[in-house]
Structure formats: C-alpha cells, structure tokens
Write a protein that binds this ligand. Structure first.
Ligand code: 5GP
Length: 191
C-alpha cells in the first residue's frame, strides 16, 4: 500500500453520492509531504517523457500540480473557471461539468501559455467520470500541443472516467484507485 492509500484509509471519509472527502489532506488543508511523495512517484512513472509543462484545473489541482512541478522542473498552468463570455480569440475554452457541484463551468487557458511546442502532463486530484480531463484534453488539442500523460491522485475506479481515458490511449497514472467504497460502513477498497 502506498502513502496516499494509507492516508485515504486513515483520514478519508466516504459520503453519500459516491463522494470521497479528503479535505483534511488533499483539497482544503494540504499535506505537502504527501504531495511531495506523489510528485516523486509521477516523475518516476513518466520517466523518459519530454514534459515541458503541467496543466491542471482550478482549484483543487493547483497545489498538487505545483509540488509535482518541482520534480519535473517545469511551469504549471491552470485552467481557470470563468464567468466572462467573450474571450474567444485570446483564450482556449472548454465546458466542464463539475462532479461534486453538478454545475457547468467554462474553463479557460490563455493562448499565451499553451502552444504547439508544448508537451503537457495533465494533473488533477480526482478522476470520476472524466469530464474535467476531457476539458483539459480539448484545450491541449486546440493549442496543437501534445498530452504526454495524465497524473491523478485518486481515481474512483467504479466510475467511467478511467476506462474512457485509457481507451483513448493516454498513459494514465492514478496513485490510488478506489474500486469500492461504502458510505454506510465507511469501507474503502483499492485496486
Ligand atoms: P470528473 O470530471 O472526472 O467527473 O470529476 C473530477 C473532478 O470532480 C475533480 O476535479 C474533483 O474536484 C471532483 N471530484 C470528483 N469526485 C470527487 C470525490 O469523490 N471527492 C472530491 N472531493 N472531489 C471529487
């Protein structure tokens, strides 16, 4: 068992509606030593890939991506949730439906920060149905850049995103894959 899985068992809370709450160490209060171990592990798993940029999505991916970026020695760009309407031209945009909030957001990345020379590692905290990742992939493709790989902290293996992303041929490295979780007993099983 790796240190992320151990931490999930110790401090993660299973909530109704297939939600795993990890706000005490991952996406509200942040355990930086853990993030550092995660970054090290992704660096190992993506060895040999020519990655020059990390792309993540506001807000929970940012902290994880920044610590990981120290292991890759590359900048981090995050897709911003935007309320502005008329940004086409300067921005790449994608529609992303939030799994936890059930609402649609337009996310944007400035054309200044992503182009056809970029070889991108996508990083996020969770993979559920894959909507957030699809949005990020769409933005990378619109820029003519290349997705070199995808690093996820927690994949919920009982939801469809992981299979969908792997079927598209991407190297997806999820550090913990939860295959079963029960909000009544609190039990969590990893792959
Ligand atoms: P997807 O787009 O793959 O359906 O969902 C991924 C996004 O939803 C992640 O960026 C994450 O913020 C959020 N998310 C999905 N499932 C969970 C969950 O079980 N717990 C928490 N805390 N966030 C989740």
């Amino acid at each position: 068992m790796n240190c992320l899985e151990e931490k999930i068992l110790k401090d993660g809370l299973v909530k109704e509606g297939n939600v795993l709450k990890v706000d005490s160490f991952l996406n509200h209060q942040m355990d930086i030593n853990l993030f550092n171990e995660m970054g090290k592990e992704w660096k190992k798993r993506f060895e040999g890939k020519q990655i020059n940029k990390i792309l993540t999505i506001e807000a929970s991916g940012i902290g994880i991506a920044c610590i990981a970026a120290q292991h890759f020695g590359v900048p981090v760009v995050f897709a911003k949730k935007s309320k502005s309407i008329n940004l086409e031209g300067e921005m790449y945009t994608a529609e992303v439906e939030s799994f936890t909030h059930k609402k649609k957001n337009t996310v944007i990345v400035s054309k200044k920060f992503l182009n056809e020379d970029d070889h991108v590692l996508l990083i996020d905290d969770f993979l559920a149905n894959g909507c957030a990742l699809q949005g990020l992939i769409q933005i990378v493709q619109a820029a003519g850049a290349t997705v070199e790989g995808i690093g996820i902290a927690i994949e919920k293996g009982f939801q469809s995103g992981g299979t969908m992303i792997r079927n598209l041929g991407y190297q997806l490295e999820s550090l913990a894959i939860v295959d079963e979780m029960n909000w009544e007993t609190g039990e969590i099983k990893f792959r």
